[in-house]
Write a protein that binds this ligand. Structure first.
Ligand code: AMP
Length: 205
């Protein structure tokens, strides 16, 4: 199964992606996580992406496409994969079409005021990249023992820019995938288990 999770920052793509990828035994491919790993490792790609990401701007399409093309060749993608945060532009979607078919595009729909609330409470592990939320976890360390931190781009000014960038560059993908008959919109403004059930019901149809 090959899936795309679409939606604005804070829609819950990452949280839901982990659950679906685990239960369908497919690879969870988050381009944001891949870029943060490059940053932690201090690679040239990571250093180039850093300032764009911290400002909430998109990393150039060719950089993202190079990363994705390599990633989907890996062994863990042979059952399929779930893209979380990719594609984010029409150009990325068009390029993806040339390299792989997609079975479903799940569009997580969440109102803007909920997005800001969710993002401001997000915390991440500085070592393994696991995600937490202050509303469900009050600790300061990850399961792996490393410290949690707030992503630079989860701070309020950057979040506002990320939402503007989403509206301008990523939201047009809703129409793009609707026309292709692949889009399924799910209400993401519910608790985690309810959203998970709604996503699974799309595959059962
Ligand atoms: P995310 O973790 O998906 O919210 O992504 C964090 C940041 O990484 C974004 O704000 C962009 O700067 C960059 N990024 C992640 N995925 C993409 C993509 N598909 N295209 C361009 N930039 C991306």
């Amino acid at each position: 199964m090959k899936l795309i999770f679409l939606g604005p920052p804070g829609a819950g793509k990452g949280t839901q992606a982990v659950k679906i990828a685990q239960s369908f035994q497919i690879a969870h491919i988050s381009t944001g996580d891949m870029l943060r790993a490059e940053m932690r490792e201090g690679t040239q790609l990571g250093n180039e992406a850093k300032s764009l990401m911290e400002r909430g701007e998109l990393v150039p399409d060719d950089v993202i496409l190079g990363m994705v093309k390599n990633r989907i060749q890996k062994e863990d993608c042979k059952n399929g994969f779930l893209f979380d945060g990719f594609p984010r532009t029409i150009a990325q979607a068009e390029a993806l079409e040339a390299i792989s078919a997609i079975d479903y595009v799940i569009n997580l729909d969440v109102p803007a005021e909920t997005l800001i609330k969710r993002i401001s409470g997000r915390r991440m592990c500085a070592s393994c990249g696991a995600g937490y939320h202050v509303s469900t976890y009050a600790g300061e360390t990850c399961k792996c023992g490393a410290a949690l931190y707030q992503r630079e781009d989860d701070k309020e000014d950057t979040v506002r820019n990320r939402l503007v960038v989403y509206e301008r560059s990523t939201k047009p993908l809703i129409e793009y995938y609707t026309k292709k008959g692949l889009l399924h919109t799910v209400n993401g403004n519910a608790d985690i288990e309810q959203v998970d059930a709604a996503i699974r019901s799309v595959f059962a149809k």
